[in-house]
Each structure stands twice: as C-alpha cells, then as structure tokens.
Ligand binder design. Structure first.
Ligand SMILES: CC(C)(COP(=O)(O)OP(=O)(O)OC[C@H]1O[C@@H](n2cnc3c(N)ncnc32)[C@H](O)[C@@H]1O)[C@@H](O)C(=O)NCCC(=O)NCCS
Ligand SMILES: Nc1ncnc2c1ncn2[C@@H]1O[C@H](COP(=O)(O)OP(=O)(O)OP(=O)(O)O)[C@@H](O)[C@H]1O
Length: 408
C-alpha cells in the first residue's frame, strides 16, 4: 500500500474533534466486524460470549461515540505543555469515560461490551486531540502522550470494589489495562502496528493483516480477560498458540491459516476470549487511521469520510457453510466477504466506500447481478476503495463463484 509522507507539515490540517471521534468509532466497529476471530464477538458468531451479539457491539459503539467527541473537544482546549492544564484534562476525560461506561451499560442492558475499549480508545483520542505532529512518527508520539495522560492521577476516580482485572492482578500478579496504557501502549507500538503494516506490505488482504496484528497482541499481552477465565495456564496456552501461528507465517500462509482455525476452535471450546487484545487491535487501527490522515495519498484515496451503506436484496438459497474473501483493499479495488449463514431469502450487503453518494451505483450493480444470474442469500461485506463498476461486478462474481466451489 502506498504511503507517501508529505514533508511540508504546515500545509496539512489536524483532524477535528468530530473526525477523531469518527476514527475511534470506525476502529471499534472494524474490530467487532473482523472475522474469523478466536472467542470474540464478530459478525458471524458471538465466540465465547453468551451475553453479547454483534448488534449489541454496534449499539454499544454508537452509544459511546459522542463521548469520544467530548474527550477530543476537551483535549483541543488544553495546553499540552502546561502540567496544570493536563491534570485538569485528566479529570475531565476520566469523568467523560465513566459517563461513557454508563451509556454503554444502558445500551447493552448491563453487559460490559467495551469497558477496556473506552479506556484505551479514550486515552488515544485525547492524545490525538492534543498532538500537533503530522508526520509518520506521529502514531508513536500519540501513543506516548496517551501513556503520559494515563499516568496522571485522577482524583475523581473511585476504584471499584472488584473487577476482572483486579482479581487477576491479586491472584496472578499480572499487569492489565492500566499498565498497558501507562507504558504508552507498548504492545500496540512494538508488536501490533508493525505486524499490520508488514502484512499489508506483503500484499495480504486487510482482514488477514488485521488478524496478524491481533495474533501479535495475543502472543505477547498479559490479557486479563483470558487470565480471568482460563488462569495462567489458559493465558500461556493462548500466547503459545498465537505465537505458533505467527511462526508458521501468520494467516497469509496455508499452514498458519490452518493453525489459526485450530486456535479459534480451541479457544471457543475452552470459552476463552482475548478481550484485551481486541481492544488493543482497535487501538492499533485507530493509530493506523491517524497515520493515514497524515499521509496525503491515503488521505485522498481511502478518505476520512467513508460512507456506510446497507442493502437488502431478495435472493435464492444461501451457499451453505461457505465463507470467502475476494479482492484487496487498495486504491481502485475492493474487498468482498461472503458468508452463507442465513435462514432468510435475502442477501444483506454491508458496504463501506471511499466514494460519496454511491448508493444508487451499488443498487444498480446488485440489481443487474440479480437479474443476470441471481444472488445467494447470506451476508456480503464490501470494503470499496474506488473500484469501478466493472471491477466491483467481477469481485462480487468471483466471491460467489469461490463460495460455490467451497460448497461443492
Ligand atoms: C482501567 C479500566 C479499563 C479498568 O480496568 P480493570 O482491569 O480494573 O477492569 P476490567 O477487568 O473490568 O476491564 C479491563 C479491560 O481492559 C482490557 N484488557 C485486559 N487486559 C488488558 C491488557 N493487558 N492491556 C490492555 N487492555 C486489557 C479488557 O477489555 C478488559 O475487559 C477502566 O475501566 C477504568 O479505570 N476507567 C476509569 C475511567 C477513566 O479513567 N477513563 C479515562 C480515559 S477514558
Ligand atoms: N469483539 C469483542 N468481543 C468480546 N469482547 C471484546 C471485543 N472487543 C473488545 N472486547 C473487550 O472485552 C471486554 C470483555 O470484558 P470482560 O472482562 O467483562 O469479559 P467477559 O469474559 O465477557 O466477562 P464474563 O466472564 O463476566 O462474561 C470488554 O470490556 C471489551 O472492551
């Protein structure tokens, strides 16, 4: 993927508070949607969670998005070179973070869908609101600044009587979300972001690149969500399982992919879920999007204002048990994911596009495909980065063909 760094920083503007909140919420939704994921909620299954669904994850993100905007607004009014201003900011965002937790619990009927994510993403949003750098090094600096803010005492914080993280710390002496934040998100900087960028550079799909970044976190992070359910033995098994997949070349290679599928199955059987790693994957995607904001070419081609659309099209039988991915996330191209899971007779198409006002264009493409060859029921997810209608049609047809081959 092309990453040209613009050197005349004065020409570039900084993201607004609204844009930062959009980047934060888009990163959380991307993390939730990513599949297959071990034990985590995704758009195909609820993994090892009996009390969460993908719809609940999305509702939760929508409920907390205004909190990210409020945090970024507060950061933009603060002076990063003035310790008193930073202490006041720490108190303000602590209060906003706690209010976000209340909003999350209200939206989910009491389920903790994003506690760790509110904390990590909140701190990073605040740091990005304070940051003035626009260069390729900015992600590092934003993470370090977030670590600094996390280390400032918050007098408004009342420690809960207990939490999963506190139980794990007491029983096993492991660090958790706070220590990770205070380190300047070192697992994100040292492992996840490099894994994401390296996978993309090797030509892997966006989904595969994100999975490799998740694995880089799972292999190294003391994830208190895993340790709470599985103890030290569970955590060690997950870490070595993730490391094994990476040693086999990650999900970009057949052996790595097979080992990943086995790890996903094993974690679901053991009811383990890497919630902390998932939060940090979203944090990684947020920093990556910030990088993209500052990089002119990607800024133009991928766009900050990705349009989201959903179409429902009458369809035939689903292509049972098929699960395919076609195309690449690159300028002029698009990625299509098809999943044959459905008990209905329609195809749900979820499109994220860098092209504005594209609803009519997509409706026309799908109408034509429906008339010409019929469409299978199921779910189709499209990440479009300016593909022409011709390329779009080919990718969709390829995905359907590949799904039929899987079924056969
Ligand atoms: C620090 C938080 C996450 C509480 O942590 P604690 O470990 O006590 O609680 P709990 O187990 O409920 O949640 C921790 C969550 O962090 C994530 N996590 C787990 N392990 C890790 C890890 N090693 N690194 C990063 N995140 C992790 C998981 O999603 C987990 O669910 C947070 O709720 C908090 O203190 N909020 C106060 C409000 C605040 O200050 N906000 C400011 C910025 S928004
Ligand atoms: N896709 C995801 N699926 C599940 N959890 C996620 C996902 N993304 C992030 N998380 C994080 O995982 C955390 C789940 O935390 P929690 O410690 O309550 O785990 P739990 O194992 O579901 O709890 P319980 O054992 O009570 O069901 C959330 O705070 C959230 O930030």
């Amino acid at each position: 993927m092309c990453r040209a760094v613009r050197f005349d920083e004065s020409l570039e503007r900084l993201p607004t508070a609204e844009e930062l909140a959009l980047l934060a919420t888009a990163s959380l939704k991307d993390e939730a949607n990513l599949f297959p994921k071990p034990g985590l909620v995704n758009w195909r299954s609820s993994g090892s969670h009996t009390d969460m669904t993908i719809e609940m994850m999305h509702a939760s993100v929508d409920a907390i998005s205004s909190s990210f905007k409020a945090m970024a607004d507060a950061a933009k009014k603060a002076d990063r070179n003035n310790p008193e201003s930073l202490s006041a900011l720490r108190m303000t965002v602590g209060a906003i973070g706690r209010a976000a937790e209340v909003a999350m619990l209200k939206a989910t009927g009491g389920v903790n869908t994003h506690r760790g994510a509110i904390y990590a993403q909140g701190l990073l949003t605040v740091a990005a609101g304070l940051a003035e750098e626009r260069s390729a090094l900015a992600a590092e600096r934003v993470a370090a600044l977030a670590g600094h803010i996390a280390s400032i005492p918050d007098p408004g914080f009342e420690a809960p009587a207990t939490s999963h993280g506190l139980v794990v710390r007491k029983r096993l002496g492991l660090p958790g979300a706070r220590e990770e934040a205070q380190s300047g998100f070192e697992h994100v900087r040292l492992f996840a972001l490099p894994a994401l960028l390296k996978s993309r550079k090797a030509g892997l799909s966006e989904a595969a690149s994100q999975i490799n970044a998740l694995l880089a976190l799972m292999a190294t992070l003391p994830d208190t969500c895993i340790a709470h359910r599985g103890g030290l033995a569970g955590l060690q098994a997950v870490q070595s399982g993730a490391k094994q997949v990476l040693d086999l070349g990650g999900v970009g290679l057949p052996e790595g992919s097979a080992a990943y599928e086995a790890l996903c199955r094993q974690m679901e059987e053991q009811k383990l879920s890497p919630g902390g790693s998932a939060d940090l994957l979203a944090a990684t995607l947020f920093l990556d999007r910030l990088l993209a904001f500052w990089v002119e070419e990607r800024n133009h081609s991928l766009g900050k204002f990705m349009e989201s659309l959903e179409l429902k099209i009458p369809a035939g039988q689903p292509i049972k048990d098929a699960q395919v991915q076609m195309g690449v996330v690159a300028s002029g191209d698009m990625e299509v994911l098809y999943d044959g899971v459905s008990d209905k007779r329609d195809l749900t198409v979820k499109i994220t596009s860098s092209v504005d006002n594209s609803a009519a264009r997509w409706s026309a493409i799908f109408e034509r495909l429906s008339v010409m060859q019929g469409l299978p029921a199921g779910i189709m997810v499209i990440h479009d980065f300016g593909a022409t209608p011709g390329v779009a049609r080919i990718r969709i047809e390829q995905a359907i063909e590949a799904a039929k081959e899987q079924e056969a």
